[in-house]
Ligand binder design. Sequence first.
Ligand SMILES: Nc1ncnc2c1ncn2[C@@H]1O[C@H](COP(=O)(O)OP(=O)(O)OP(=O)(O)O)[C@@H](O)[C@H]1O
Ligand SMILES: [Mg+2]
Length: 562
Amino acid sequence: MLNLHKVNFSINKDNDEINLIKDANLNIAQSSFVAIVGPSGCGKTTLLRIIAGINAQTSGTITWNGRNLSIDDFTPSELGYVPQFSIAFEELTISESIVTAIKLRSKVSSKEQIKIIHDRIILQTGLKDISNRRVKVLSGGQKRRLSLALELVTDPELLLCDEVTSGLDPKSEREVVSLMHSLSKDSDRIVVNVTHSLNHLELYDIIIVLYEGFVVYQGPPSKLTHYFSVTSAEDIYPTLSKRGELDWHNSWLKHRENYIVHSKVTGQLPKLIKPRLPASGLNQFLALTNRRWKIFLRDKMQILLHLGMLLLFPILVAIFGLDGINQPKTMPIQTNANLIDQLNYKVSVSKSHMEIGSLISGLIMFQVILLTLMASNNSAREIAGEREIYEKEKFSGLRVSSYISSKIIFLSVLVLLQSLWMGVFVQICVPSLPGDISTRLIVLILINGSMTSICLGISASMKSPEQSSLLAIYLVGFQLPLSGAILALPEWISPLTQPLISAYWAWSGSLDSMKGEYFGQSIDAVTQQTNIQPLNICIVWLCLHLIFGLFLTYTGSKKPQI
Ligand SMILES: Nc1ncnc2c1ncn2[C@@H]1O[C@H](COP(=O)(O)OP(=O)(O)OP(=O)(O)O)[C@@H](O)[C@H]1O
Ligand SMILES: [Mg+2]
């Protein structure tokens, strides 16, 4: 039994309090199929979100089977909430989407158990014959069925649906409404459907009419036209606009006793519902990781882009070093040479140091910058691109830690592949590159990892994938000029910017590790104006950037963004 008692909801806009839901009183018995109708903007979605607990009411009480929801909220398995937007990944099939939802939301111990739940749901929702179809090819009606199917995985006692029939042709609309009707009857479930459509009202047990935030009717469909003194339901909206909302509300308060459907279970004790156990964090992590790889491997454009970068970028770097890196000239002790010859020789030695140093520094910086580009491609849209689905899954019990861990594992594989291949390929093509390859590989993994982590943090904190990509591109774009590797920065700027520039630390650390016996002077020659730091310090800074990115990812993912 769902009860709303004097529920109000207001928001503060420009220091004005706007009441969106006013004094709502509702009583809905188990097994009822309820429509909330009303003209656009009257507060239907707002009311549904208040019942679901997404928005907290400003005043009033909502009780569920006698339980005050402000004190003891729904468990995720008690409630199903079907939002207006599509909540499934396009690349997955219907079956895969349902199986993932089962794994994410309930504690299931075996494959057989998952199969039983899956088979029951596809039968219930009429999706059996098309269960192997990908979401992207489904019709509007089939997508809505899938949205309902995904909510049935926990067999919820209350199913709240927002406009699941909008935009459908009349036949599909009737099919989906009939499906919701049967879902309310095949168990003790309450199904509430928000709609502005006035078709098929006869299938509902209760119609709630909202007008400008007020409940102006709650009763059976059969008495609806009588109450509004109209001949057909289509005439209700034009009739509503003829009187003020307060007038309608007061009129309803006067006549409500004659219309209200009294609960069939009034006086009975609420049914004892066995709580379902939520999925463990580990199972959620495994289900998400599995799903991420499936989606990645099925997205041909993504694969092509990643492969293109993986293969082409190291070639681009290697081309510049194909002629090899010569050993720098050393200054011989020529006691018998005249002063001019000695000076000429000195100039040619420092020229050779400059050339060799520039080549090494350029190659390293090029490698680093291309890896930062790959990093932004790895993660700039990772969370922002699926934010609505993520928020929905979080609302249904997904742990933030499971979600972030699955992202870390997925992205780590990309980062390792890209960085190792970049380092090894360049080393094979330019074997004369000085220094220890394993040290350089560590630095390459760290620069790619830290930028991937920061871009993931950006993608968790931005409202849209477009905003997130743009910011990530700016971040990569500023790496080169602000690193000071190409043009020295003014002395007062570099201490402010360099700590923030991951590319500087990767470049600096790699060069420091390459000085060795022969190349110290060459590297010093190109880093006279922009000091480089010891390798250990650079590694610490890159690790700090990586941790900062993860922190940003955690705070951004935890904060609701709807
Ligand atoms: N966060 C918000 N800030 C300002 N106004 C809001 C906010 N949320 C809702 N509103 C306003 O509250 C009113 C009710 O919105 P709601 O989305 O509940 O309407 P609705 O009945 O679901 O409309 P529709 O049929 O078009 O979906 C609208 O006028 C809307 O602009
Ligand atoms: Mg709405």
